[in-house]
Design a protein around this ligand. Sequence first.
Ligand code: PLP
Length: 413
Amino acid sequence: MVFINEHYLKLPGGYIFPEIARRVDALGRADPAAAQRIIHCGIGDVTEPLPLVAVSALNAAAAELSRRETFRGYGPAVGYGFLQECISRHDFRERGLQIDASEIFVSDGAKGDCGDILEILGPGNHVAVADPVYPVYVDTNVMAGNTTALCTDGGYGGLMYLPCTPENDFVPAPPKSEKAELIYLCYPNNPTGAMISREQLSEWVEYAMANDSIILYDVAYQAYISEPDLPRSIYEIPDARSCAIEFHSFSKNGGFTGVRCGYTVCPRSVTGRTREGRRVGLHELWTRRFQTRSNGVSYVVQRAAEALYTPDGQKQVAALIEHYLGNARILREGCRRLGLTVYGGVHAPYVWVACPEGVDSWGLFERLLEEANVVVIPGAGFGRCGEGFVRISAFNTRQNVEEVVRRLAGMKM
Ligand code: PLP
């Protein structure tokens, strides 16, 4: 008999997506014609084809592997030097940020990294997460044993929930007295579509420095930031090199959700400590973890990621972002015309829509499903403070988005 990790049993077993699927199925059985018309605006997966530069790079790299002289087997666990150097230069050094190529860890995406980072951090850290939140941060802490069982109020004991509401523009302020060792922040934000200001991010860095905490900063949607003054990286804030690890993804800029590539920045100056109080660099532990657990991301994929940084690549990525942000604008305007209050969708591909008076997030989900045959995500699925909102994803074709807005126009709220 083998013992299992019982912390997994604390997870409610993916409530939101099965429940959405059940309700969509029910509509299909009751009204097959409506089921044919359904447009999915729920899941945050890209719809547009890969940039041509990435396709060419994939083909060229595959051709290299087909010849004995240029064949490559195992690559470096933390990523090929050509990609680490390219990232360090374009994403950081050219913007005046001191991030060395050796501080870049190439992976198969940000989702895995956001969870795996807990492996090099000990038990007993007090963890702060936003509410509503990208569920991966919460679930991986549950799996790691950093929480109690699910409480009747829908939250887990052991986590500090930071409410994100219209009152604070969906950006929580650091707690006044309570101390969190580990803080997850994600801007542009999934699910609210909100963005953080430089001042607000500075407050968090000051908090982390004052409390010897670490900020886990997720910038999977960085490419959607459409004002130059907003912080694209936490390392734009002085001192962040000593207290922040940053997660990046090529999924939402280069359309790599299926190709799979991302990276983590773990500066050499970020440290944790042992129970006895000895300081240890997390860069050392994260490197060790990669060397033991990974044989790296495939060569062809890393060449495709590199291609996104070429001048043509940058143009093609910009065109994709423009497409999805254009969708977000159309969705925002469509919802507003319906009299709904709308947030997000300016620096992010998500539109966060407040439910009308007296309707909860499942209620608005139902109405949109039945009356417009449009699937969104009820905000309650992202946390208690998500109640009263739905998330509409702008990852779609233009044709679908225009059709969604036409259908919304026929509804009465
Ligand atoms: N982080 C956030 C906030 C996300 O919303 C997502 C995907 O939806 C990810 C990370 C996952 O990124 P990747 O595809 O690189 O694993």
